[in-house]
Design a protein around this ligand. Structure first.
Ligand code: ADP
Ligand code: MG
Length: 507
């Protein structure tokens, strides 16, 4: 049982309860805004509460970096049957929300009872103020995310204990991510240890520290935690967290508003630079060039750089060689999907930090059914806790299994042919070849992946797997499945391929 393991004992302890208070406050505010009648409040307060509920859900469906970049300063300005007007702080955010996140926003608005003929985005006055300030202070550079010190995201605890820190020195950091509330297991212990080491002696040992791995497995959490520790140890240090997407956006803005020198200076004078999802730099030559210089300046000055990505440097397409070699010049760590025991410990720890003690069978149910993404696991847990709290129920297996629609992600109608087709399409080879006689490496590996998928998704027997792929000998299937299983543990790009195929299958 999970709670009898050393992991659970460690993370179910008093240390966690300390964080429980913060989480409780956050969660309460979220639950209140989600479910309670807001009678007696002003219209603006109701709108704010509604919007916080919407943001709370959006935060669960986008990456932390994206959330901070695109949603942090937003507000609900107006809503009627005719239109919903969302306030944003600049025109780039407006464009991105319209073009990229329109669907997600509409869906979550509707879930929260906000339906209208159209959704509009309006730049609010803080942007006008900002432009004015921009003009006045040509040399001063204020990154967009730090400028509107207004809305605290639904996922963030109140920032009351920021002490005397200026916003810009804590840019992008969210106190909710700490090393203490990160659950350590076999899949992430190396990354955790390296992060710890970096906080003890920044800029010396592992520089840069490059952490890569799939989606929702805790990379941003660790990166943010490093930032929080560095700021706690040295409150005057300029610790900058930025997602590469945001860096790109700021770069474009800086070019447009002729603030390149200030932009460059801002990042080149950091004491520590934490860059999330660096893969977004792929194919952007000018940005690679700027980032290269930033990197060199900081590195030469022994300033700590920590980078995360969804794949190792060698697999990031169109990455300049000089950057690739810089990224490889320190310590690279492959983070993996947490195993069952760690997932149990995470669920238990998160539940306890919400003030709830779940039965083992509920913890295990969640950890069994949501395997690949801790963000999803957390979302499912939050959903369960919110559901039970509102109704005054104790979470149990029946409620959990009713609420988490496992069949949604594992439809039974999936056929072997669909899996093979999808795998072939992923590797851009014809169906006839993957099931055909050719033994070229380009075909053999996809074929092995297809066998692995058939085994994992459909639990087919080895003889059946062999037959589906046109092989006579079932030992080929045994070896293939075993090989992919082993290699996926150490090869992030293979894991990505598998999870992409899986995502398409269940989309
Ligand atoms: P990634 O950046 O790898 O996509 P995140 O760091 O955003 O993933 O993690 C997704 C969610 O899962 C976050 O809320 C994070 O706190 C949580 N999480 C992931 N791994 C752990 C862990 N080992 N312990 C505690 N929480 C975790
Ligand atoms: Mg992330």
């Amino acid at each position: 049982m999970c709670t009898n393991t050393p992991l659970c004992q460690v993370f179910g302890s008093a240390r966690l309860r300390k964080f429980g208070q913060v989480w409780k406050t956050w969660r309460k505010s979220r639950i209140v805004s989600l479910y309670m009648d807001a009678g007696g409040k002003t219209l603006q307060q109701n709108q704010d509460a509604l919007w916080q509920a919407v943001l709370g859900e959006i935060e669960l469906s986008v990456s932390h970096g994206n959330f901070i970049t695109w949603f942090k300063g937003t507000s609900l300005l107006e809503h009627s049957d005719e239109k919903i007007v969302i306030g944003v702080t600049n025109v780039f955010i407006k464009q991105t929300l319209e073009n990229k996140y329109g669907g997600v926003i509409a869906e979550i608005l509707a879930k929260n009872g906000l339906v209208a003929k159209r959704v509009e985005y309006k730049t609010t006055s803080s942007q006008t103020d900002k432009r004015r300030t921009d003009k006045a202070a040509e040399t001063a550079y204020t990154p967009p995310a730090a400028s509107p010190a207004t809305t605290i995201s639904a996922g963030q605890p109140a920032q009351s204990n920021l002490g005397g820190l200026t916003q810009s020195f804590r840019q992008g950091l969210n106190e909710r991510y700490t090393l203490d509330n990160f659950v350590v297991g076999d899949s992430n212990d190396v990354a955790f240890a390296a992060c710890q080491a970096v906080t003890v002696q920044p800029g010396t040992k592992y520089n840069p520290l490059f952490i890569y791995g799939g989606v929702g497995i805790g990379k941003t959490h660790l990166l943010q935690a490093v930032g929080n520790v560095l700021v706690a140890r040295n409150p005057s240090a300029k610790v900058l967290y930025i997602s590469m997407e945001q860096f790109v956006q700021e770069f474009v803005n800086a070019l447009r508003f002729r603030k390149m020198p200030a932009f460059a200076k801002h990042y080149r004078t950091a004491d520590a630079l934490l860059v999330d999802d660096v893969q977004f730099i792929a194919g952007k030559e000018k940005i690679q060039e700027e980032f290269f210089h930033t990197f060199n300046t900081l590195h030469q000055a022994n300033k700590q750089i920590v980078i995360t990505a969804d794949k190792p440097p060698k697999d990031i397409p169109t990455l300049e060689d000089r950057l690739r070699s810089r990224f490889n010049g320190g310590m690279s760590i492959d983070m993996q999907i947490p195993d069952f025991e760690t997932r149990c410990a995470i669920v238990q720890a998160k539940a306890q930090s919400h003030g709830s003690n779940l039965e083992h069978e509920v913890v295990e149910y969640l950890a069994t059914n949501i395997q690949t993404n801790i963000r999803e696991l957390e979302g499912a847990l939050n959903q369960l806790l919110a559901y039970c709290e509102v109704r005054g129920l104790e979470p149990n297996l029946v409620i959990a299994s009713g609420l988490i629609n496992v069949n949604k992600t594992r439809p039974k109608h999936l056929s072997a042919k669909q899996i093979i087709e999808r795998t072939a399409r992923h590797f851009q080879i014809p169906f006839e070849e993957i099931v055909g006689p050719k033994r070229d490496k380009d075909i053999v590996v996809p074929r092995q992946v297809a066998m692995y998928m058939l085994r994992n998704e459909l639990k087919l027997s080895f003889p059946k797997i062999a037959r589906e792929l046109g092989r006579k000998d079932h030992t080929t299937a045994i070896h293939s499945v075993d090989k992919i299983d082993r290699e996926a543990r150490s090869d992030a790009s293979l894991r990505m391929a598998i999870s992409e195929i899986r995502e398409h299958l269940y989309a």
